[in-house]
Design a protein around this ligand. Structure first.
Ligand code: ADP
Length: 327
């Protein structure tokens, strides 16, 4: 389908919600309207696409949302979209509604689905990286990551106060099932003594040695940041293993959980979401397709959708060294 033929686009948010998705929706809608396109909001991600849960978007429909967490279009996970029948139904619904191209705001699962859908039906799709995990190849940061890190840091600062008052050792679990971006940023920003991430396995002996060193040198509070996907099984399991080794030390576990997804997006996330939303629509109008828009070294980059999830974005391993050096 030629770019000139596009008159009506659909926009949706899918998978794990992330603060800044609304700012991205706003940018997509307003940019599309500016260029004379019609915009349909697809509610509840692929689930809503299959069911035809569509809503016409005008400029006012995205007023006063730039500061809101969550997503006004709602998000969902859809098992049906993983089946050929589900995707056929989705294609049918889009065709019936006259939607000729899509802007998908989501994470790697969303883009996996989008890649397959594109291969099968040739629908022009441009993705905007929206996930707190920051684990998409093709962009330095994803929408929601900065807010999640700042939310987690605020919590860690508060925990440090109470940890300090009682000379306790706190294990704080942050989100990141397959990637340690949030954990690493929180460890650096929160002045943690140790960080455990899925990308760098540290065995129990090494952890014990590190903690001995920390506890021997300062009778102060200590913070260990653990990514939920850590190989030792998360903060709770780690604390259970270490309690018998350090019987004189009080250990506490805090799992930060879903607070990391919520809240008003930071200025940085609003900027990123806005830039990417505008870039996504402009990319479609320029005839690009089956790509994700990202920001690398402060410039907009287009990456084939498939590469965003098939290639691994790596953490900066030097940051692990910094945590150790400063502990
Ligand atoms: P995220 O986009 O945040 O990574 P998920 O991994 O839950 O979130 O993916 C969102 C949705 O994308 C899934 O519920 C499913 O509908 C769709 N999806 C994920 N993987 C596939 C796949 N291999 N084939 C088709 N659709 C998929």
């Amino acid at each position: 389908m030629g770019a000139e033929a596009i008159r009506r686009i659909g926009v949706f948010t899918s998978g794990g919600d992330a603060p800044g998705m609304n700012a991205c929706i706003r940018a997509v809608v307003r940019t599309a309207l500016h260029h004379g396109l019609e915009v349909i909001g697809i509610r509840r991600g692929y689930a809503g696409m299959i069911e035809g849960d569509f809503v016409e978007m005008d400029a006012a429909s995205v007023s006063n949302i730039i500061q809101l967490g969550g997503t006004i279009l709602k998000s969902a996970r859809s098992e049906a979209f993983k089946t050929p029948e589900g995707r056929a139904r989705a294609a049918q619904q889009l065709q019936q509604a006259g939607i000729q191209a899509l802007v998908a705001i989501g994470g790697d699962g969303t883009f996996r689905g989008a890649s397959i859908f594109h291969e099968e039906y040739g629908f022009p799709i441009v993705g905007c990286p929206g996930t707190i995990d920051n684990d998409l190849f093709g962009t330095d940061e994803t929408i929601g990551y900065d807010t999640a890190v700042n939310t987690a840091l605020q919590a860690i600062d508060k925990i440090r106060d109470t940890a300090d008052a009682h000379d306790r050792l706190f294990f704080i679990e942050v989100m990141g099932r397959d990637s340690g971006f949030i954990a690493l940023a929180c460890a650096i920003g929160g002045g943690a003594e140790l960080v455990l991430v899925p990308e760098a396995f540290v065995d129990l002996d090494e952890i014990r040695e590190s903690l001995y060193r920390v506890l021997a040198h300062k009778r102060r509070s200590s913070i260990v940041v653990v990514a939920e996907g850590d190989e030792l099984g998360g903060a709770q399991k780690l604390a259970e293993k270490l309690r018998p080794i350090f019987p004189d030390y009080e250990m506490r576990v805090t799992v930060l959980g879903h607070i990391q997804r919520g809240g008003s997006p930071t200025a940085r996330d609003r900027m990123l979401a806005t830039r990417l939303g505008v870039a996504a629509v402009e990319a479609l109008l320029d005839g690009h397709d089956n790509v994700m828009v990202g920001v690398i070294n402060n410039e907009i980059h287009l990456t084939p959708l498939r590469n965003t999830w098939s290639k691994k974005k790596t953490i900066d391993y030097d940051l692990l060294r910094l945590v150790q050096l400063l502990s």
